[in-house]
Design a protein around this ligand. Structure first.
Ligand SMILES: Cc1cc2nc3c(=O)[nH]c(=O)nc-3n(C[C@H](O)[C@H](O)[C@H](O)COP(=O)(O)O)c2cc1C
Length: 416
């Protein structure tokens, strides 16, 4: 049964029919592609980053490398793709077409200049093309031409200056896309705000290296015998994206609408970004993995969740989990628990016993005859590593249980 729930939301003064967008990348490269993503149900798009033609863009070849883990493909993705290599004017014509063809969808132009006049001109061209919002790309970690992308995002004065140049050039709302490759992402956000940004997008790719080609001993992506640290994206970076969004949401002086990016593939990922402060969402690697149809599951899942919880508007969920996010030194350490076993469903694999011995508190011994773990509750560290390896799920066999008045556990003592 299809659920009809209103997923509309306002972001930087612009109404979105739903919060899910393509992020700026090869998935948002042309009007033809973006038209298909709109047909699939996306509420908006951030167009592939556009620069001026004076900088000749040539993409390294190959430009991507999948990061697979065991049998799971595309857990992450390394890329060295540059900004758009299409003529500037063609890109803006595509944006103009999209806005006319899809008036109810949100089109965001993403731009990257090198000098002040370039940021100015790109902002003007964006506004002339009729886009709803301008996103400033201060965050690509692997530009082949020095002095742009992440290098700007790490230099606070430049973030403020270039934002200000764009802000003075146009009337449309400006958002800054920030790099996670920095100690404190809230710092450039504040500078962007001072320059006139009314929203923040986080995150661009994390600087990473997926491995080494063992045939040729070349680090990936092995561009004719050479590798490079470059942008890493996909599910593996979701914890970094969530960390960034929550830090931006919690900052007392920022208070800007946030667009969350990084590892979103499912409605649960989307919801987690919303609960931690994002009011719109952006996706690339999920689309590279599954195509534009990924949006159907996300919209349906969000709608079901809202209906089940009686949530009238999506905006009611934005930042809902943020007040519960504290520094670890604010935890209530007087409350403690243990692992709780439903042994009726145990299959006797012994994984819990092995990890408890080698990585936990040695609270489990092994009844070899019955093939069952035997627990000494007083030694359980509540680290829960046993639950991570137990293959019995839905519902999990091992759960966490608070134990009032739990005696203090002494650290394990070596007798060797
Ligand atoms: C191949 C590729 C090209 C990208 N190009 C751009 C770009 O031109 N501009 C930009 O702001 N971000 C670019 N990104 C970053 C994405 O927009 C996004 O921030 C990042 O991939 C994290 O989201 P994800 O995990 O959903 O992929 C690119 C990412 C990939 C994988």
């Amino acid at each position: 049964m299809a659920i009809k729930q209103n997923l509309g939301i306002d972001f930087c003064g612009v109404h979105f029919e739903n919060p899910v967008m393509l992020s700026s990348s090869p998935v948002s490269n042309t009007a033809e592609m973006i038209s298909r993503c709109f047909e699939a149900g996306f509420g908006g798009v951030v167009y592939k980053t556009v620069g001026l033609d004076n900088i000749k863009i040539i993409h390294p070849s190959p430009r991507m490398k999948s990061f697979d883990y065991q049998n799971k493909e595309l857990v992450g993705l390394q890329n060295v793709e540059q900004t758009s290599d299409r003529p500037t004017v063609d890109n803006f014509k595509d944006m103009e077409y999209l806005k006319k063809r899809w008036p109810n969808k949100v089109v965001i132009s993403s731009v990257m200049g090198w000098k002040r006049n370039e940021w100015h001109d790109l902002a003007r061209m964006s506004e002339d093309a009729g886009v709803d919002i301008l996103e400033l790309n201060f965050s690509c970690p692997h530009m082949t031409v020095e002095g742009a992308g992440m290098k700007v995002g790490q230099a606070h004065a430049l973030v403020q200056d270039f934002t200000e140049v764009a802000f003075k050039a146009v009337k449309i709302p400006i958002i800054a896309k920030l790099t996670p490759n920095i100690t404190d992402i809230t710092e450039p956000a504040i500078y962007a705000k001072q320059g006139g940004a009314v929203g923040i997008t986080a995150v661009n790719t994390v600087a990473g290296l997926t491995g080494v080609d063992l045939k040729t001993l070349t680090p990936w992506p092995n561009v004719f015998g050479l590798g490079a640290v470059s942008g890493f994206s996909g599910p593996a970076i979701k914890p970094i994206g969530l960390r960034a969004i929550s830090q931006l949401a919690r900052h007392p002086n920022l208070k800007l609408p946030l667009s969350g990016v990084g590892g979103i593939e499912t409605w649960v990922d989307a919801l987690e970004y919303i609960l931690l402060g994002a009011s719109t969402l952006q996706i690339t690697t999920g689309v590279i993995h599954y195509g534009y149809r990924i949006v159907e599951d996300i919209l349906e899942g969000l709608a079901y969740f809202m209906q089940e919880r009686g949530v009238a508007q999506l905006s009611d969920l934005v930042g809902k989990a943020v007040p519960k996010l504290v520094s670890p030194n604010d935890f209530d350490l007087s409350r403690q628990g243990i692992a709780n076993y439903d042994l009726k469903r145990c299959i006797g694999c012994g994984q819990c016993h092995i990890v408890c011995q080698d990585a936990g508190g040695q609270c489990l011994s092994w009844d070899a005859k019955e093939r069952r773990p035997v627990m000494d509750q007083s030694k359980c560290l509540s680290c829960m590593v046993c639950s991570f390896v137990c293959p019995v799920s839905a519902p999990p066999l091992i759960t966490y249980k608070e134990v009032p008045n739990k005696p203090e556990i002494l650290p394990p003592v070596s007798v060797l």
